[in-house]
Design a protein. Sequence first.
Length: 532
Amino acid sequence: MAADPERHDVLIVGAGFSGLYLLHRLRQRGLRAHIVDRAPSGGGTWYWNRYPGCRCDVESMTYSYSFDEELEQEWSWSTRYADQPEILRYLNHVADRFDLRGDIQLETTVTAAQWDEDASLWRVTTNRGAVTARWFVMATGCLSVPNTPRFAGLDRFEGAWYHTAAWPDGGVDFTGQRVGIIGTGSTAIQTIPQVAAQAEHLTVFQRTPNFSIPAWNGPMDPAAEAARKAVYRETRTTARRGPTGDIWPESTSTALAVSAEEREAEYERRWHQGSFSFLSAFDDITTDDTANETAAEFVRNKIRATVTDPAVAELLCPYDHPLGTKRLCVDTDYYTTFNRPNVTLVDIKDAPIEEITESGLITGGTEYAFDSLIFATGFDSMTGALLAVDIRGRDGQSLRDLWAEGPHSYLGLTVHGFPNLFTMTGPGSPSVLSNMMTSIEQHVEWVDECIGHLTDQQQTTIEATADAQADWDQHVHDEAYATLYPRAASWYMGANIPGKPRVFLPYIGGVGKYTEICADVAANGYRGFVVA
Ligand code: N01
């Protein structure tokens, strides 16, 4: 006879930043919460993405938990933007500090989840058996299902190949090797300078150039760290109230209202601040074509001034999308890497990779030979991890079917027909358009308070109404189409995955506004939900 399924109050899928914090909050409430994760270690995206050069491109003093003041004050980041090993150390420290490990089950993959109407709970299937839980939380991340394009012939490649999001533990030594890399997104832009410094030769296959802003990374300045820690509470509040979940000042003037000299000076100032602050230089960069073009041309001029071969520089200049509408990249020495004699840039825009051969790949009728090939080809973003599990709600309705033409949600957190399911930083929430840490903490706190409230009221289910969901879907769409973002063939639009519906996935209305909406929904008796 099969054993009874293990019973939890809350099952959380994913031991990354959001899963760990949610576990901590729910346990403090006295609930039996439990995490499962397919990885052999916690850390979520920071476990899997261990490619050379992997580091956060949001400043670590902002990209870190704010919920515990002692943790915040005691932890010191060694650089302005921490690298992957340091972020993983931080997450492990958090797991130990709050004694979370006993409620985390690793190497456990959830394959299916079914809402049991009669028992008002979720029946969840994993590779290690069945589990039940009243509340089912997908904390599976927005960028956790790697996209590996199905190039013909990959199985016959005799060298080694790697996806950046499933990098071997212990790293790879490329010394003396001919290496090829496919992709020029944020990941590739971080890893290309590192691999180029080690390999005998690196060939970069670029389908679409991206805009990249320098990180200006460096050792943490103790005085700057102390100054920030002295006002940590205020800066966290600023992050939560602003549009991006970060703390840089948002301009309220338009790029076209100032003189060309003033505009250039502001772009120059933001360029030297580094990172995403650049996009906030003027408030119409993401809504007005002409304004956007001034920022785009500023970056192109930086590329032209950095890359010594004018033909290579021009290939690296993006023209096909407004700046920022594909996620801005943040780099250390990316453009200068193309001045190295051992780096070649191959434009594959009009000559897609035809096939992988025993010794390399063919594009434009030319074969390139490699010892190793790196896929920096991104992710099935935002919906990939949610749809990897066969989730079935009321009356057996499949989430895959419901989302076949694109996701539907209320607040990017819940789905009509799927009671007691929460999608952390899901499609329809600010998530990837913000400092993820701010959005993660906001979702964790909202879900924790929602479950706590219902438990206190002895209510067992919460479900978004069809009307609230339809209104939210429309609002997410309207906010996106008031900007230039839907113009780009980006992963925000699902455009990087063949056959994926083109829908603008995140909520672009801003973190502060979104947080107020969520708080208002809760304060008004969970408006738009049926609670039973
Ligand atoms: O993935 P991407 P990523 N043939 O999708 C190319 C986050 N992140 O892993 O643009 C040839 O951006 C594709 O070309 P194109 C961050 O949010 C955060 O780099 O589709 N090329 C593109 O160049 C980021 O935005 C950090 O034409 C193909 C590349 O592969 C997100 O992760 C660090 C191809 C994929 O770029 C994803 O970044 C790194 C094909 N068939 C990443 N298919 C932090 O620091 C795809 N490409 C927090």
